[in-house]
Design a protein around this ligand. Structure first.
Ligand SMILES: NC(=O)c1ccc[n+]([C@@H]2O[C@H](COP(=O)([O-])OP(=O)(O)OC[C@H]3O[C@@H](n4cnc5c(N)ncnc54)[C@H](OP(=O)(O)O)[C@@H]3O)[C@@H](O)[C@H]2O)c1
Length: 304
């Protein structure tokens, strides 16, 4: 048997449980993967709360992104071998917070030796999202990128990608994240009531792009700072950004391989801030569900 962290009903954290299941067997085109690390994302608790994928069978395994070692190949897989180290998004319904899971071979990327398993597990969702968010609207070197939610999993990586491209990055986060945001090379602005005034002082002409990772009123507070509302992208709140004249983030398939290369060459640090054993997956999810996580929270199965 193999352990997996699930929710048994749509609702709050009380529906979460660690259970045993037979180790998943790969179907055609799939890899069986011994999980070494799994990244925690806001979408994990949003799915549990019933905001997406309400039609999935219960109990539902939790988690979307993993790194690990291939243990078996499904029919037709030629691009990987047993023993290969990979990273990728899991096949829906198999979960990442697990000892064993499945990843489609076409979704997987070989894990470079230079990237530790814990860092690798943050790339398929958070890293790839940060990549897409900084490429959907291209800026020129020196132009200003304002990131709302700069101290979280996506935000810290997006800020570093922005610096690689020589954008002038302004990061909004809570006071406790000042140092970690500044370490990306971004100018730090503390979140709070007068955040827009503070940004205006350093960008009186307006910023060239807003990347929103928070949504709601926090997005409305800063939306007027951009030179053109069409230059607002949100990964957090598609309805509000559309209402404001901007665009929801569009994900691409090439992002995963590209950001893996960027991290391999040490240009971006995923900033893993805490590691939890699989038995404490509930605490790891709660840390992200607080809405104020720093960098990436990662779960490492007991057997890793
Ligand atoms: N569409 C996609 O494919 C996709 C993929 C990944 C993520 N997302 C979404 O993108 C969002 C961010 O994801 P994530 O993984 O980076 O989440 P995260 O790690 O939880 O980070 C969110 C950050 O926002 C900060 N924050 C909260 N309220 C704020 C405010 N008023 N002003 C400034 N910062 C504030 C939080 O800390 P502080 O308040 O302490 O600064 C936290 O660091 C989530 O909504 C997630 O669901 C979408």
């Amino acid at each position: 048997m193999s352990k997996v962290y699930v929710f048994t009903d749509f609702g709050g954290p009380e529906t979460q449980a660690l259970i045993d299941r037979p180790a998943p067997q790969p179907g055609p085109g799939e890899l069986a993967v011994r999980v070494r690390a799994a990244g925690v994302n806001p979408v994990d608790y949003k799915i549990r709360a019933g905001r997406y994928r309400r039609d999935q069978p219960l109990p539902a395994p939790m988690g979307q992104e993993v790194s690990g070692v291939v243990t078996a190949l499904g029919e037709g897989v030629e691009s990987f071998a047993v023993g290969d180290e990979i990273l990728g998004p899991v096949v829906p319904d198999y979960g990442a917070f697990a000892e064993d899971t499945l990843v489609r071979a076409t979704d997987a990327v070989a894990k470079p030796d230079e990237i530790a398993f814990a860092d690798a597990a943050t790339i398929p969702v958070a890293g790839a999202t940060a990549y897409d968010a900084t490429h959907q609207i291209e800026l020129e070197p020196g132009q200003q990128l304002l990131i709302l939610g700069a101290g979280g999993g996506v935000g810290l990586m997006a800020a570093q990608i922005g610096k690689v491209h020589q954008f002038t990055v302004i990061g909004i986060a809570s006071q406790a994240k000042r140092e970690i945001v500044q370490a990306t090379g971004a100018t730090f602005i503390p979140s709070g009531a007068n955040v827009a005034d503070q940004v205006r002082q350093i960008a009186p002409e307006g910023v060239d792009l807003i990347l929103d990772l928070v949504g709601g009123d926090a997005l409305r507070q800063v939306a007027g700072l951009v030179t053109d509302p069409a230059r607002i992208i949100s990964a957090a709140d598609p309805d509000t950004v559309t209402e404001l004249g901007g665009s929801p983030l569009k994900r691409t398939t090439e992002a995963l391989e590209k950001i893996t290369g960027v991290i391999e060459y040490n240009l971006v640090d995923p900033n893993v801030s805490a590691l939890y054993p699989l038995e404490d997956a509930g605490e790891a999810i709660a840390a992200v569900e607080s809405g104020h996580a720093t960098g990436k929270i990662v779960i490492q199965p007991h057997n890793a």
